[in-house]
Write a protein that binds this ligand. Structure first.
Ligand code: USQ
Length: 381
């Protein structure tokens, strides 16, 4: 397949590009370095520097003799995106090109506006460019489990059958996101659903939980091909943060009571899920939704696991409950369905102690780079 990966420089975009290229697909990656620029502006750099996207594609070419075409530019700009679609004519589009941080979206008005503008304009431009240049292409959009929030009922896979006063209808599952970033993803889903109904687009929306890890089949043993590893409050996801905190003796930052439960997955499983979605496209006129995670944990459970593995390394790992800067339930029911991707053949990689140790082995080498002041700044909701 000819595949366009939007946001191809990101934590997930670059590993996805290598993985699909290794799988024999013809890959073009597009990025405007939004995330790199925010990280620099906010003094929230990743654990180690990674080469820019053009350099990464050269390293990949050298290693595998396979070509990934990089294009640098802003997908909010219609002239740019229409040119990208017209010149590449993809069979499928993997859309990661969004401001991905919940805390950043809550930082201040400018950050909020930039999140709204980027996320919604890029999604709308992707829809219009698909309609104009490749109406049969499959859009694989990265959504988030956070679109649903933490309701006191089971979360279905995207849709809910409602019976009301004796009549039945199927609706998108009610969404009540917990940050502005997550809310833009709700709005993305609504835009996609509208244009699926109007124009018959083919869309898969992957409701993904927090991801951890950095090693994949394509970059194992080659650190120049690693993705960003963020441990800072803005861009670090909780498992990656806890592992780095453990390595430098920083008490693990459990927010509030630590009963917040989410569905987690290994970065390798993100790649599997995107592959499965691409290999099994939906029908025309279909918005297909999968809940993309493999197991649920509370924050306390994650902290205990990281502490246990840290002990094996002789690290003195303390756990500290901080006043929660976010507005979220700290003790709640959480039971989301996640059978769709398993039925397509997903083979889950679980968060074992060995997996935590594997990440620790790698990041220990870089612990001298850690900027402690970026770990907790307490961006308030
Ligand atoms: N948390 C802590 N301590 C920390 C960091 C986080 O207790 O030091 C808690 C948070 O309060 C939250 C949970 O851990 O309850 C997960 O937080 P996170 O920062 O790992 O994840 P989140 O902000 O929800 O966002 C991440 C990605 C985002 C993706 C989302 C999936 O950054 O792009 O959409 O995970 S989900 O959470 O399922 O919506």
């Amino acid at each position: 397949m000819k595949i366009l990966i939007l946001g191809g420089d990101g934590y997930l975009g670059w590993p996805t590009a290598m993985n699909l290229s290794a799988g024999g697909h013809d890959i073009t990656v597009v990025d405007n370095y939004l995330r790199r620029n925010i990280s620099r502006d906010e003094n929230s750099e990743a654990l180690f520097a990674v080469p820019n996207l053009i350099e990464r594609t050269k390293l990949w070419q050298k290693k595998t003799n396979k070509t990934i075409r990089p294009i640098i530019g802003d997908l909010c700009d219609w002239a740019f995106i229409s040119n990208v679609f017209e010149s590449t004519r993809p069979d499928a589009i993997v859309h990661y090109a969004e401001q991905p941080s919940a805390p950043y979206s809550m930082l201040n008005r400018l950050a909020a506006m930039s999140t709204i503008r980027n996320n919604l304009e890029v999604t709308a431009n992707v829809i219009f460019a698909t309609k104009e240049f490749v109406p049969d292409a499959h859009i694989v959009k990265l959504g988030t489990m956070g679109e649903y929030g933490t309701p006191n009922i089971d979360i279905e896979e995207g849709w809910l059958d409602v019976e009301h006063k004796g009549r039945k209808e199927r609706f998108l599952f009610p969404r009540q996101a917990g940050s502005l970033y997550h809310t833009t993803k709700v709005m993305d889903t609504d835009l996609l659903w509208f244009y699926v109904r109007m124009w018959g687009l083919k869309v898969t929306d992957l409701m993904q939980g927090p991801v951890y890890g950095l090693e994949t089949d394509e970059n194992r043993g080659d650190e120049t091909l690693f993705p960003f590893f963020n441990y800072d409050e803005l861009f670090g996801t909780v498992v990656n943060r806890f592992i780095i905190q453990a390595t430098i003796g920083y008490p693990l930052t459990v927010y509030g009571k630590g009963g917040q439960t989410r569905g987690y997955l290994d970065i390798k499983d993100t790649l599997q899920c995107v592959n499965l979605a691409l290999e099994n496209p939906p029908e025309e006129n279909e918005l297909r939704i999968f809940n993309q995670f493999v197991e649920t944990f509370s924050v306390n459970e994650l902290a205990d696991r990281v502490q246990r593995v840290g002990k094996q390394y002789g690290l003195d790992v303390k756990i500290k409950s901080l006043q929660n800067p976010r507005k979220e339930l700290e003790d709640h029911y959480y039971n989301p369905v996640h059978t769709g991707l398993l039925e397509l053949g997903l083979k889950p990689n679980y968060l074992t102690d060995d997996v935590i140790a594997g990440i620790m082995d790698i990041v220990l080498k870089y612990r001298k780079n850690v900027n402690e002041s970026s770990i907790f700044r307490g961006v308030k909701w």
